[in-house]
Design a protein around this ligand. Structure first.
Ligand code: URA
Length: 221
């Protein structure tokens, strides 16, 4: 495009009242340009990654944007891909039950995943995919600014903490991660609990610890 044409385009945007144009091709979470959830969503949608071409919908996040608790899953499954919302399948139903049991629901928490697209065949996100999206996840967490992040399962725990320790070892204890100001509680993935119901008791205990922390500040308990 010639200089004169660029000037015309900019003038056109200015006439339309647009003052803040996000060049999504090049926006990195570290650039400082992503100052809202809608800008983050736009930037993530522009990430060039193969899984996006196999997915039906991008699953960004849902819930209370001022939540004290952010729940971080792994990646959308089939139902989430269909609806474009996180945890709306069987795992989500189990998650809703645990939230209800501690006096919470989806209007009081925020839910997102490490990956915004469903990997083909529901495979586990690979190292490159996780590394590519981790900075976006950190930005997502900082924009919500929760008091607590609950990592649901080994993949989100490993991604956030950048550890190779397993979930059996890490769950149920507060931990922290560089670049995250919230306290982090690793726990099991609800899909794992559907396969191993005997661990539900531990899951519940982990959520009780979260409730204890949130009770200090929240008026809704
Ligand atoms: N499993 C996840 O980790 N996230 C979802 O959104 C659904 C299932």
């Amino acid at each position: 495009m010639e200089k004169r044409e660029v000037a015309q385009v900019l003038e056109w945007f200015s006439d339309m009242g647009v003052s803040d144009v996000l060049n999504t091709d090049s926006v990195k979470p570290s650039s400082g340009q992503i100052t809202s959830l809608s800008k983050l969503k736009q930037a993530m949608a522009a990430v060039d990654i193969s899984i996006k071409h196999c997915a039906t919908n991008m699953v960004f996040g849902m819930g209370n944007e001022k939540a004290d608790i952010l729940l971080l899953g792994e990646a959308p499954g089939a139902e989430e891909d269909k609806q474009g919302l996180p945890f709306v399948g069987q795992s989500g139903q189990l998650l809703d039950k645990v939230l209800a049991a501690i006096g919470l629901d989806r209007t009081k928490v925020y839910i997102t995943n490490i990956l915004p697209w469903r990997p083909p065949g529901n495979r586990t996100p690979n190292t490159q995919e996780v590394a590519l999206f981790r900075p976006y996840v950190l930005k997502h967490i900082s924009l919500i600014n929760p008091r607590v992040v609950v990592c649901l399962g080994g993949t989100s725990t490993k991604a956030l903490l950048q550890t190779s320790d397993g979930i059996m070892r890490l769950h149920g204890r507060w931990t922290s991660a560089e670049g995250v100001s919230a306290k982090i509680m690793p726990t099991f993935h609800p899909a794992y609990l559907l396969r191993s119901p005997s661990q539900k008791r531990e899951f519940w205990r982990d959520f009780l610890i979260v409730r204890e922390e949130i009770q200090k500040v929240a008026s809704y308990f």
